[in-house]
Write a protein that binds this ligand. Structure first.
Ligand code: ADP
Ligand code: NI
Length: 218
């Protein structure tokens, strides 16, 4: 669907995030937007405008880049939507989805309270796995100055959002701490279908990475 508000929001986010270098750029947001629309085909009960606006605004002020402030995203989305004179009820629904979308640690549940939130969370998580997911993880690690891998540092199953936020481990650990688990944490069958090949590709990749690390690849 294309409403004037969706078109204006896409243009606003595109100019705000063009060229961002941590894997949270406009290209990521655009993919999440398109994937949320694709997943929504199998969920006709979802409100299309809410889904698309939340997908477009889900990383507008991510806590990872705003000193851990989890309210920065919902706040920035509200400001933008108010500037566009969007109805308050619509703004509230989008804010709630933004609050629910993020991964918060392997041991922390991230339930969703609406079908629209399920679609956006699934779309965001699909962009964290597969070939693009691998690229994004290492782009983020480089952005944060993290080593690629350190066999002496074991992965951790974070059981609180606070400990997950403080994590500074090498990037390969992120595969064990999040990425390889995402396929089992999706809400929709449509997303589970897409995840299959992306997950398999990532497993092959990690196995090769470890073999090359030790110089024992064939
Ligand atoms: P979420 O809100 O669920 O974290 P995002 O769209 O903000 O989802 O992006 C998460 C992506 O950021 C991860 O999939 C990964 O690519 C990158 N990322 C986050 N934390 C790390 C980390 N510790 N190491 C490597 N990449 C990370
Ligand atoms: Ni995202």
């Amino acid at each position: 669907m294309s409403s004037p508000l969706i078109t204006a929001t896409a243009a606003f986010i595109e100019q705000k995030f063009a060229g961002e270098g941590s894997g949270h750029d406009w290209a990521h947001i655009r993919r999440v937007w398109l994937m949320a629309r694709r997943l929504a085909v199998a969920a006709p009960e979802a409100d299309q405008e809410v889904t698309e606006l939340a997908a477009l605004l889900h990383d507008i002020a991510d806590w990872k880049f705003h000193g851990g402030d989890y309210e920065a995203g919902p706040r920035a989305a509200r400001e933008w939507l108010r500037s566009q004179e969007a109805p308050e009820a619509l703004i509230a629904r989008v804010e709630t989805i933004i609050r629910e979308v993020s991964f918060k640690g392997l041991g922390v549940e991230t339930p969703v309270s609406s079908v629209e939130a399920a679609l956006v969370q699934d779309a965001d998580r699909l962009d964290a796995i597969g070939a693009i997911g691998i690229a994004r993880a290492f782009a983020y690690g480089g952005h944060k100055g993290r080593p690629l891998h350190d066999p002496a540092i074991a992965p951790v199953a974070h059981d609180s959002f606070a400990s997950y936020q403080l994590n500074t481990a090498p990037t390969l650990n992120h595969f064990y701490e999040k990425l390889l688990h995402l396929k089992d944490r999706l809400h929709t069958d449509a997303a589970r279908q897409v995840a299959q090949q992306r997950h398999a590709y990532m497993e092959t990749y990690v196995a090769r990475f470890l073999a090359e690390w030790d110089g024992v690849d064939q």
